[in-house]
Design a protein around this ligand. Sequence first.
Ligand code: SF4
Ligand code: SF4
Length: 348
Amino acid sequence: MVLSPFEPNVVLQSASEAPPSSEAGVPPFAKTLGIPLTKQPIQTLQINLGRRCNLACSHCHVEAGPHRTEELSPAVLEQLLSILDQFPQIQSVDLTGGAPEMNYGFRPLVEKARALGKTVIVRSNLTIFFEPGFEDLPDYLTQHQVRIVASLPCYLQDNVDKMRGQGVYNDSVQALQLLNARGYGQDPALTLDLVYNPPVPTCDCFSLTPRQQGLEQDYKQYLAEHFQITFNKLLTITNLPIGRTRFHLEHRGLLVPYTQFLATHHNPATVPALMCRSELSVDYRGHVYDCDFNQMAEVPAQDAAGMPLTLESLLAAGSLDIIETVQTRPHCYGCTAGSGSSCGGALA
Ligand code: SF4
Ligand code: SF4
């Protein structure tokens, strides 16, 4: 019998039941932890509305782009609306994609969740504001007090355009100015956070994601001085070896060395705050995962009997809290290396 260090009253399964690592030479994440991760009561529902996006960034773990067609079905949208109605324990609804704003289910989900008093987060690439048919988004998001978490992988133009495409930096700056003009970043009800992603490694000279606090000061100073832009927080997110990042690493023979580098810098202090412990991630088909990264790696969440979960099975069970342990894989080292990483930024 093993007791959780995070919840001393919780009895855990034996670590030997955890799945093995698939990257040769990388110690299994579960073995490094010593115990499987237990789930806490679910508070966050992260919904990936589909793979369609107006951009196709080099680091995208979703492998999103303009030609992807996978998106939420009407039946899954109905199930999501039922989940929001039935489970007041959900405090936060986190909408991601692709570009989630492009999906027809985006506005019904925003309006339902806000009517129920929940915090709604949209993970926006900002440039969507300038696509035909989406010009009203800044006003719409303001009206519904949606918290915006916006990608801006660097405060310098060159780096952003290299990662995301020519012209993306200028559009992002213009979008941030539109949001500031509506009160985002200043009004306490209108939160605007930015996201930093490091470049995908091109050689084995790896480095940890820079410290969030110091980098936030650099972003704030540069954007204020050059564009009079203000925002709330900077969130630093490590590139996990999945999706396009994995493809680029494999192509250069760097997948195993990069994962080993992350494993070498495993920081146990990050583990209690891992986002997978209190969230569910749902895909466009209604399949359920412990986090968005596991979703992209196709590692489904399981109930105590080992059955993969869906929205349908959660509704039938009448509970969101039927997962005992989080499914872990080698990519999990990306969340625990150094200061740690999550959709909410650094952890320790
Ligand atoms: S990283 Fe974001 S903006 Fe870029 S392609 Fe992926 S989903 Fe779209
Ligand atoms: S990838 Fe990160 S958030 Fe997802 S299960 Fe692993 S440790 Fe948890």
